[in-house]
Design a protein around this ligand. Structure first.
Ligand code: G3P
Length: 217
């Protein structure tokens, strides 16, 4: 399973990328706002750091303008995936941009039917938002599972990019179900290493080592 970082924070992306934990990056207008940076500049910097797909989102709501925005964003670097919303206009833009050979990430997916449409429109990635479904008491993981089943039933090659990931359990469950990619904030990725028994075990080992009076270096 691939790990994308859901962030436009250059330092955080660089940090995880140096550890080999970054297969790609996803951004959206809210993350650009949070970064306080110019979209074209910060996206270019991210593309220079990360080899894998970097999603940059269009903001038009009408297909023709989405396509123009998508083409402009795609000029930033070869690894740009143009992100479009799951609306009919977004699907039209997806079809045109994917026919041009560009990577397209269809975002704001909340149903299996929407995911089907995105696959038929040639999406490279479909982004179902787990956390936002959980927010309204619908289990986001059920959606990931349903999309996996339907895509496998018909051999769709669109990759399931589990998004709006808020917890380490979202990551584990996405992996278990077979999402192709998770995109998570840097803090969630860092938390994947945490386990209280690891901390407890290490404290015991270090205390016992101290008692041996030995040194390795
Ligand atoms: O990947 C989509 C993500 O940025 C949305 O996350 O936590 O705002 O629902 P959230």
């Amino acid at each position: 399973m691939k790990f994308f970082v859901d962030s436009a924070d250059i330092a955080a992306i660089k940090d995880l990328n140096d550890l080999g934990m970054v297969d790609g990056v996803t951004t959206n207008p809210s993350l650009i706002l949070k970064s306080g940076r110019d979209i074209l500049e910060v996206t270019k910097e991210i593309c220079d750091i990360v080899d894998g797909p970097v999603s940059a989102e269009v903001v038009a709501t009408e297909a023709e303008t989405m396509i123009e925005e998508g083409r402009k964003l795609a000029k930033i670097a070869d690894n740009i995936a143009v992100k479009v919303p799951l609306t009919w206009d977004g699907l039209k833009a997806c079809k045109v941009l994917s026919d041009e050979g560009r990577m397209v990430n269809v975002t704001l997916c909340f149903s299996v039917n929407q995911a089907l449409l995105a696959a038929k429109a040639g999406a490279t990635f479909i982004s179902p938002f787990i956390g936002r479904l959980d927010d309204i008491n619908i289990d986001g993981m059920d959606l990931i599972e349903d999309i996996r089943t339907v895509y496998d039933n018909f051999d769709f090659t669109t990759q399931i990019l589990a998004a709006s990931i808020r917890t380490v359990n979202h990551v584990a469950d996405s992996a278990r179900i077979g999402a192709d990619v998770i995109t998570a904030p840097p803090e969630v990725i860092r938390k994947l290493a945490d386990h209280p028994l690891t901390d407890k075990g290490l404290a015991t080992f270090l205390a016992d080592w101290e008692k041996t009076g030995q040194k390795i270096l």
